[in-house]
Design a protein around this ligand. Structure first.
Ligand code: PPS
Length: 574
């Protein structure tokens, strides 16, 4: 028998409201609407499918205060995380949000109506108090506290929901189970004791050993239940992680474990989050839940100290275990003992026995540099997936962003660099020359500061996309403004390497080299806003390389760029 939902009844609002679909769908078109944020969308999905039972809407002020202050809803039921619908004043006005009003809640990706909210109240939270009580400190080094103060809007709207439809998913659809579906699945499999494992990271051998030990100890089956909603900023993307989980699943004995993806928006709230996670798993029908060391930990606070103690989460779930109604399986991380070639819980390793581990940082370093990842640590199938998503520098994209005056030689160097890079077979090389860009991408733009900034922004966007796809992008605009260049660096660095090369050939030399006599025309006033003559050029102080064709040949300049790329591993290594 699957576990009883929290509060006794699974609040599957899809099932409850299925008969009213046509009416609710038609009503939604007549109502004021609110477009959900990404976090609200995750929360809504779990309210509608019963994952957050007993909630059947976003918290009103009374429930919110109870949850913040005492981890209790006004019904007295335990609930540790405030699930709130934050709005701003404009939205309150535009959607006429006030008690008794009905509001259609829209999916931010396609504006489909997902639910109708009947407003109970609109209230202004004390965010610092929420931070202190829920997350333990009003410190923006905590990602949820940062979100609270910098992203969440200033008013919360409470009220019950009626379900219209679930948000559409286009990835790993077959692996997404609602609580009702999972309960039916367990029934079909005749699973009565199920231990769930929560994760937001790739899984390796240690996790497989840990979960199998938990299942063995409790004579239970295993549910691998990773979060694919929102996790900690900087985490490995969920596409890669799900590929990893799928590669790992065949390593369990047949019939022992199932994989289901949870569209949860994590808060990294440590102890309170562990209680929340346990309640969510209970709603999914699970009977046992693994809580490890530093469960859902956000890392260090602004003083460099961990927000929570390593066992705070285990302690809090233990304190409320009767009310949570799911058996908690506390777990030490298992560690590898090379002498006996086995994994053991860290606290059971006899003194003097050698252990090995590879930290997340070390793993990222090995992926980045292409260094081997030993088989005792992970499965070759898992490593293959990670390597595909984290190719070594030699397979990553980069952008060489030239800046310099007209006729400085940047075009000649850019063309020569393209030819030189074409010798490598690893990536395609795209050259965005100023004149081509002006003809194809920015044909309506002139040379005002605003137009130049737009022009650079467009090139940065294209170069960023090429870089992300693993190509080498060479751009060669004048790019006279520091702020626009810095913005370009910011845009492109998100996708791969970025190098600013200043072609610093002096103006007098550029004028001498100018075969079309454009500088002459500019001096005579025939061309307006001409860089170097009657428009500024801000010399970069952050160039990764400075070249000057009065001091070096084109081929020497190209060689210096290649040396720069080689130093960082983009060319020349396997
Ligand atoms: N007013 C004015 N100022 C500067 N440059 C001018 C101007 N009018 C036309 N041109 C010619 O336009 C070419 C490309 O300019 P860019 O797109 O690189 O300029 S910017 O980066 O947007 O500032 C640039 O050519 P290249 O330097 O050969 O790329 C200029 O010759």
């Amino acid at each position: 028998m699957a576990n009883t939902p929290h509060g006794g009844v699974l609040k599957d609002l899809y099932l409850r409201d299925a008969d009213k679909y046509d009416t609710l769908r038609a009503e939604a078109d007549t109502l004021p609407s609110l477009v959900l944020t990404d976090r609200q969308l995750c929360d809504l999905e779990l309210i509608l499918n019963g994952g957050f039972s007993p909630l059947d809407g976003f918290l009103n002020e009374k429930d919110y205060n109870g949850v913040v202050e005492n981890m209790r809803l006004s019904s007295g039921l335990l609930w540790s995380m405030p699930i709130t619908l934050d709005v701003n004043e404009e939205e309150i006005k535009a959607s006429q949000i006030q008690p008794q009003r009905r509001i259609a809640l829209l999916d931010p990706r396609d504006y489909e109506p997902l639910a109708i909210l009947t407003v109970d109240d609109v209230y202004q939270p004390n965010k610092s108090k929420e931070a202190e009580h829920v997350f333990g400190a009003d410190d923006s080094a905590h990602p949820a506290v940062y979100y609270l103060h910098n992203v969440a809007k200033n008013f919360y709207v409470g009220g019950a929901l009626e379900a219209i439809q679930s948000p559409s998913h286009y990835d790993y659809v077959a692996n997404r189970y609602t609580p009702s579906e999972l309960r039916a699945h367990f029934k079909k499999l005749q699973w009565t004791r199920v231990v769930a494992f929560q994760t937001r990271n790739p899984m390796h051998r240690a996790h497989r050993e840990l979960t199998v030990r938990a299942a063995r100890q409790r004579k239970a089956h295993l549910l691998i239940h990773p979060v694919v909603g929102l996790t900690k900023p900087g985490d490995i993307d969920h596409y890669t992680r799900v590929r990893v989980y799928k590669a790992l699943m065949p390593k369990y004995p047949n019939g022992m474990a199932e994989l289901s993806l949870l569209p949860l928006a994590m808060r990294m709230g440590g102890p309170r989050e562990a209680v929340w996670h346990a309640l969510i798993r209970k709603n999914h029908g699970v009977t046992h839940f693994i809580v490890g060391r530093d469960h859902a930990g956000p890392g260090k606070n602004s003083q460099g100290v961990d927000f929570y103690g390593p066992y705070d989460a285990q302690d809090l779930v233990e304190k409320f275990k009767d009310e949570i109604g799911i058996e908690i399986v506390p777990f030490q991380m298992v560690t590898y003992c090379p002498d006996s070639d086995e994994y053991m819980p860290a606290d059971e390793v006899p003194e003097g026995i050698k252990t090995l581990n590879i930290s997340g940082t070390e793993l990222r370093r090995r992926l980045k540099t292409g260094l081997p990842i030993p088989e005792w640590f992970s499965y070759p199938e898992v490593v293959k997936v990670l390597r595909q998503s984290h190719p070594p520098r030699s397979q990553q994209g980069f952008t060489i962003f030239f800046t310099g005056l007209h006729a400085s030689g940047k075009n000649a160097i850019a063309r020569a660099l393209q030819v030189s890079l074409n010798q490598e077979s690893t990536r395609s090389v795209s050259l965005l020359m100023g004149e081509n860009v002006r003809a194809e991408l920015s044909s309506e733009l002139g040379f005002s500061k605003r137009d130049r900034d737009i022009n650079i922004g467009r090139q940065a966007f294209v170069a960023g996309e090429l870089t992300r796809a693993g190509a080498a992008a060479i751009v060669a605009p004048i790019a006279p403004y520091d702020a626009a260049r810095k913005q370009a660096r910011k845009t492109i660095e998100k996708s791969g390497g970025f190098y600013l090369v200043h072609v610093a050939t002096p103006l007098e030399e550029c004028i001498k080299r100018d075969r079309d006599s454009v500088y002459e025309k500019a001096k005579k006033g025939e061309i307006k806003e001409f860089t170097g003559i009657n428009d500024p050029y801000e010399v970069p102080e952050d160039a990764d390389l400075v070249v000057d064709v009065t001091k070096q040949s084109v081929s020497q300049a190209v060689h210096e760029i290649v040396l720069l790329l080689e130093k960082d591993g983009y060319v020349g290594s396997s």
